[in-house]
Design a protein around this ligand. Structure first.
Ligand code: SAH
Ligand code: SF4
Ligand code: F3S
Length: 458
């Protein structure tokens, strides 16, 4: 087979076997699909845009909430129809659901292959082994795997922003969460390979990288050849910021129990590190935080927010919130409402609690907030956040921001959009500028989701 490996962009070549990848879940899963594609392109596959053209259909899955898994079961039924229409189509399930459900997935008539998050190096071999007529499964978790030497083939549409995974797995064992089971133990990636990847991306025209980990603040790399040489997250962030002042750097997710001032001072020192911190609170109640095993208190969380405000006065803070965790009382819920107001989040991802099999919460607690009540609490949280997001955006009106242009607006081709360092989406009249340019804009009006702005001529 031809080997055209080495491009950061997908190979489109209809003479090669065609692979189609559908990705669900978090940004880390998106980056994993890029690793999978890199391995497959090296083995002679090319990417296709539709499942009707595919010889290999892969679905990279998420287990975080029950509805995420239900959606995948629905897709498997669609893939089965496709298999019935055509011969020589194989279907593989990758990612967190593969790791969680293992052989159970092979019971579905569409599924030929099940591959967990640490098996992607062997994905081409697993597909090739299907020629034996046997279904294939590899769900081994590896303590060392970080795919550090594999350059992901970028699946983003704009060629401007890319993800870089800096670590894998999670050791935190929040009682509601499946991630430690589906992704295995935490491991950090060699900083040299991270910096090299950022450099390659910048040379390929990328202007923004997002460093990814379940808890970036616990990033720690120890040089195996010289164990006195270590790198923490603040140091890594600085190394990536130094790649080029025109390369924006973002990161996610920060953990309130581990974030220290070092990261904040590094952010303050480098203008190309974006002033946005995703700091999931989950709940405002100490009783719930303790039951969730988050290892911080409401007071500790607010102390961290205070430090962010002090060191980085124009830094946006976003969060994740879970409504209706086991035993959550109306008082606990009121604590969540009050912490949201106290912090004044710029944006939030909000969920109702979904009991996940085999987690600590599943083994020890009762999922006792009735569904209707969970929904009511979630709606109250969402409504409050809409107001907070609007208030946060209104504060931007009249101010100037540097925006990195990411695309044309859906409404009109003359309208471009990008994000401010604070991660707010901003729409403005482009006047000859193009995707990938940095421009200064002045915000003229807003909704709770978007800033409307005009170009400031320099
Ligand atoms: N590592 C990140 C979160 C990754 S999962 C962190 O610790 O912040 C993304 C979000 O999904 C979580 O922050 C949480 O709000 C939500 N989530 C995780 N498990 C959940 C569950 N069982 N039910 C509902 N939401 C959940
Ligand atoms: Fe899940 Fe907690 Fe790890 Fe985040 S830190 S991935 S919520 S166990
Ligand atoms: Fe989902 Fe796995 Fe990410 S459970 S949120 S895809 S780590």
């Amino acid at each position: 087979m031809t080997n055209k490996y080495c491009s950061v962009k997908p190979i489109k070549d209809s003479s090669l076997p065609q692979v189609f990848i559908e990705t669900y879940g978090c940004q880390m899963n998106v980056n994993d699909s890029e690793v999978v594609l890199s391995v497959l392109q090296k083995a002679g596959y090319a990417l296709c845009e539709s499942l009707q053209q595919a010889n290999v259909i892969l679905v990279n899955t998420c287990s975080i909430r029950d509805n995420a898994e239900q959606r995948i079961w629905g897709r498997l039924d669609v893939f089965l129809q496709e298999k019935k229409k055509r011969k020589n189509v194989v279907v593989g399930v990758l990612g967190c659901m593969a790791e969680r459900l293992k052989e159970e997935l092979l019971q579905h008539p569409a599924v030929d292959l099940v591959a967990g998050p640490d098996s992607y190096r062997n994905i081409a071999n697993l597909i090739a082994a299907l020629d034996t007529g046997e279904k294939q499964i590899n769900i081994k978790l590896l303590r060392e795997e970080t795919y550090s030497d594999i350059s992901p083939v970028r699946l983003d549409k704009n060629g401007v922003s890319a993800f870089i995974s800096i670590m894998r797995g999670c050791n935190n064992m929040c009682s509601y969460c499946v991630v430690p089971y589906t992704r295995g133990a935490e491991r950090s990636r060699d900083p040299h390979s991270i910096v090299r990847e950022a450099q390659e991306l910048f040379e390929a025209g990328y202007k923004e990288v997002t460093l990814l980990g379940q808890n970036v603040d616990s990033y720690k790399w120890i040089n195996p050849d010289n164990t006195t040489e270590t790198t923490n997250f603040a140091q890594l962030l600085e190394l990536v910021a130094l790649v080029n002042p025109k390369l924006r750097v973002r990161f996610s997710t920060s953990h309130p129990k581990d974030m220290g001032n070092g990261v904040l001072y590094t952010m303050a020192m480098y203008p190309n590190i974006c002033n946005h911190i995703h700091l999931p609170v989950q709940s405002g109640s100490d009783a719930m935080l303790d039951k969730m095993n988050r290892k911080y208190t409401r007071e500790g969380y607010l102390y961290r927010v205070g430090k962010i405000r002090e060191i980085l006065p124009d830094c946006a803070i976003s969060t994740d919130i879970i409504a209706g965790f086991c035993g959550e009382t109306l008082e606990d819920h009121a604590d969540t409402i009050s912490i949201m107001k106290e912090v004044g989040y710029d944006s939030a991802f909000m969920f109702q609690y979904s009991m996940r099999p085999n987690t600590k919460a599943h083994r020890h607690f009762t999922d006792d907030v009735p569904l209707e009540e969970k929904t009511r609490r979630l709606n109250e949280i969402i409504e409050l956040q809409n107001g907070l997001s609007l208030a946060s955006n209104q504060k931007c009106v009249g101010k100037e921001y540097e925006v990195l242009i990411e695309g044309t607006s859906k409404r009109s081709a003359e309208q471009l959009f990008g994000r401010t360092p604070q991660n707010k989406v901003c729409v403005f009249d482009g006047k000859g500028h193009k995707i990938g340019d940095y421009v200064t804009v002045k915000v003229t009006s807003c909704t709770s989701a978007t800033l409307m702005a005009e170009l400031v001529e320099e």
